[in-house]
Design a protein around this ligand. Structure first.
Ligand code: FE2
Ligand code: FE2
Length: 361
């Protein structure tokens, strides 16, 4: 008798097509079950091999990767159920179908078999037609499962590639906006660089999730991007802003948020632009948020931004000494700033002063 059509498969090896049949491994302490299975399947082209204990079954399944396993439930030292459990928990082997065989396939035993992931439980002596039907159905299901897993793998690869593309585009966008920011702001490019460095130090010190830390480091530079919407008369004014001008200045937070949202930027970037002037005690703008209602990324950038503003000269004010700036930060803990973030800055005072020194205007 020839090989059954639906169990033939074509393998491509080095461009040469070869026909191979499915292999079935029988695990049973006596040779009778293997002989039985062999007599029903071999005439239809299946290759049947046998092992007599569960340990060598597991070992040979790993090395030989049979297409299907038929196992006796009374297998030493692990039972057929335990063998099934090991097989189904192994990510490399779980797709291999398992048919368990018992003296009498009671409902209880069948429930146990299905619970460990076996495809079925058959009674001995095995019925030839039932066995073949079950083997073919299991192999078909396995082929579908493998196809689904392959497709999923391909999709995951595609998603990863798309994420990389988006990250590349976002980084380009960040660089472009940073440049715009520098052209339109009285702040120098160095301010942007220092705020990014301080923000990263604070995020690391807070032991935030690594991906959030890198987003904060990347997007802190965009905190004032909304200033492109402000007139020079406000932006470059020497001296104090009038109450009216200050109201107009506040709008840079909402403009920044809108610009970034419209360009599909990462939500962390939007939040930083939107909330970096909120104060821990609720006295900030634009929404008077307080405490933890202010997103952590914005609380981080708020401290980094003010620390930098204090320690550097602006067109409307001169710089104060670092020691004085640290005193202000300490005093504003719990008022302007999140006390937990202030503690991180004070713990890392020396590193902050190094950054200031390395990126002097
Ligand atoms: Fe700002
Ligand atoms: Fe700033």
């Amino acid at each position: 008798m020839g090989t059954e059509d639906n169990i033939q498969r074509t393998l491509r090896r080095g461009g040469v097509q070869a026909v191979s049949t499915f292999t079935v491994m029988v695990a049973s302490p006596d040779g009778a079950l293997q002989a039985e299975v062999n007599s029903y399947l071999a005439p239809f082209g299946y290759g049947v091999t046998g092992v007599t204990d569960s340990m060598s079954a597991l070992e040979r399944i790993r090395t030989e990767r049979p297409d299907l396993v038929v196992a006796d439930v009374d297998l030493p030292p692990l039972t057929g159920f335990e063998l099934g459990q090991s097989l189904k928990q192994d990510p490399a082997l779980h797709v291999i179908p398992l048919i368990l065989v018992a003296g009498t396939a009671t409902d209880d035993l069948r429930v146990r078999a299905l619970a460990v992931g076996a495809d079925d439980l058959l009674s001995r002596p095995v019925h030839g037609l039932v066995l073949r039907a079950r083997v073919r159905a299991s192999l078909k299901a396995k082929a579908y499962l493998q196809q689904v897993l392959r497709d999923r793998g391909r999709l995951e690869e595609l998603v990863k590639e798309r994420i990389k593309d988006i990250e590349r585009v976002t980084l380009g966008l960040v660089a472009a906006l940073e440049r715009t920011n520098r052209f339109n702001d009285t702040d120098t490019g160095l301010h942007i660089r220092r705020v990014s460095a301080y923000s990263e130090l604070l995020a690391r010190g807070l032991e935030l999730e690594p991906s959030l830390t890198s987003r904060i480091a990347r997007y802190a530079s965009l905190h004032d991007v909304g200033k492109v919407g402000l007139p020079d008369s406000i932006l470059k004014k020497h001296g104090k802003l009038t109450a009216e001008e200050f109201e107009a200045m506040k709008v840079h937070t909402t403009i920044g948020n809108e610009i970034l949202m419209d360009s599909g930027a990462d939500p962390t970037a939007c939040t930083i632009a939107y909330c970096h002037h909120e104060r821990f005690n609720g006295g900030g703008y634009p929404r008077s948020l307080s405490g933890n209602a202010i997103p952590i990324e914005a609380r981080v950038v708020a401290l980094a931004d003010v620390f930098d503003a204090l320690t550097t000269r602006r067109c409307y004010k001169s710089a104060i000494q670092p020691e004085e700036a640290l005193r202000v930060v300490r005093e504003e803990s719990g008022k302007h700033f999140d006390p937990g973030i202030v503690r991180v800055l004070l713990r890392n005072e020396a590193v902050f002063l190094q950054v200031l020194d390395a990126h002097k205007d």
